[in-house]
Design a protein around this ligand. Structure first.
Ligand code: ZN
Length: 293
C-alpha cells in the first residue's frame, strides 16, 4: 500500500538520525512513509506512524530516489527513517539495492521488531542501524508499545553479529523507564552482548500523542548518563543541545575528538582515517572528512 509513498523527505546531518559514529559531519538523504508495527502511546512521530488511510498514491520510485541521493551535497547515501522501515520492506529493499549499486551507504532507523529471516535479507543491503531500545522491561513493551522486548534484543544481537554499524537509542520517559537499576541492567547488557563501544543515545522525551508525562528533566538524563557510562564508552544525551553528553572523547586516552552544538559537528584531533591523533585509537570506523572541508 505504501510502496513509493513518502511522508517526509530531507537532506539531514547524519547526527540527526541519530548516528554519531557513522561518517560524522556528513549529510544523509532521509525518507520515510506511513504506519508502524508498534502502537506506542508516547510516539514522538504519531502523525505519520499512526495515521490511517484507505488509499495512498505513490510519490516516487527507487530510481528517482537513488539519483537524488547521488546528486545531493556532501551526502553519504540514504536513510530510511521517520516511520518504521520494517513495514516498508519491499520499497526499502528495492531502493537500498540501487543505493549500494551506486557505491553509497544505507541507514535504517527502526524499532527492531522484525523476524530473523527478513532481517537477514535486510542485512545484505543496510550498512548502519539506529535501533530504538524503548525500555529494558517487558511490561513497558506490552503495555505502552503493544510489542515485546525479547525479539528486539534478538535483532540487536543479529545486527552486531553481522558486523554492521549499530547505535542504540532509548527515549527516557519520567516514571516509565528512568530508574537507575533498569539503566544499569540495560547498559550492562549492551556492553556484554554488543560491545562496550556501541554508541548509546539517551533521548529526551516530550509529551506527545496519548501521554502527558512531563518533559524529561535534565537531572534525570545526566543521572542515567552516569549510570550508562559505567558500562559503555560512548554515551550521549539527545533532543537537547546543552550540557553533558554532546561531545565524543576518545575511548582510550579521553581526548575530545568531536564537539557538537545542536547539529553543528566539529571534528578535531582526528586523522583522515578517523583515528585519534593523540593515541592512535580508532574512534570512527566509518569516516571521511566532508568534501567542503
Ligand atoms: Zn586517543
Amino acid at each position: 500500500m505504501t510502496y513509493g509513498v513518502i511522508s517526509g523527505h530531507s537532506l539531514d546531518p547524519v547526527e540527526k538520525k541519530p548516528l554519531y559514529h557513522f561518517f560524522p559531519g556528513r549529510n544523509i538523504l532521509s525518507i520515510g512513509s506511513y504506519g508502524c508495527n508498534m502502537k506506542c502511546d508516547f510516539c514522538q512521530n504519531y502523525h505519520i506512524s499512526q495515521s490511517r488511510a484507505d488509499s495512498f498514491s505513490p510519490d516516487t520510485d527507487p530510481d528517482k530516489i537513488a539519483i537524488e541521493a547521488y546528486n545531493a551535497t556532501n551526502n553519504i547515501g540514504l536513510a530510511f527513517t521517520y516511520n518504521e522501515p520494517v513495514i516498508w520492506y519491499e520499497f526499502v529493499m528495492d531502493t537500498a539495492a540501487l543505493i549500494k549499486e551506486k557505491g553509497m551507504y544505507t541507514v535504517m532507523v527502526s524499532n527492531g521488531f522484525v523476524n530473523r529471516n527478513p532481517l537477514n535479507d535486510l542485512l545484505e543491503f543496510i550498512d548502519a542501524f539506529n535501533i530504538d531500545l524503548k525500555a529494558f522491561n517487558d511490561s513497558f513493551y506490552t503495555k505502552l508499545s503493544g510489542a515485546e522486548l525479547e525479539p528486539v534484543k534478538e535483532t540487536l544481537k543479529q545486527i552486531a553479529k553481522a558486523g554492521k554499524h549499530l547505535e542504540i537509542t532509548t527515549l527516557i520517559i519520567p516514571g516509565r523507564n528512568d530508574s537507575e537499576q533498569e539503566m544499569d541492567q540495560e547498559s550492562k547488557w549492551i556492553s556484554e552482548e554488543l560491545g562496550s563501544e556501541t554508541p548509546f543515545h539517551l533521548s529526551r522525551y516530550f509529551p506527545m500523542y496519548k501521554r502527558e508525562d512531563p518533559v524529561t528533566p535534565d537531572s534525570t538524563l545526566t543521572r542515567l548518563f552516569d549510570t550508562a557510562s559505567k558500562h559503555l564508552k560512548y554515551v550521549y544525551i539527545g533532543n537537547t543541545s546543552a550540557g553533558r553528553g554532546q561531545n565524543t572523547a576518545c575511548s582510550k586516552c579521553g581526548k575530545i575528538v568531536t564537539r557538537r552544538t545542536g547539529y553543528n559537528t566539529r571534528l578535531i584531533n582526528l586523522d583522515d582515517k578517523g583515528k585519534c591523533t593523540e593515541c592512535g585509537n580508532t574512534v570512527y570506523r566509518n569516516f571521511t572528512f566532508s568534501s567542503q572541508e
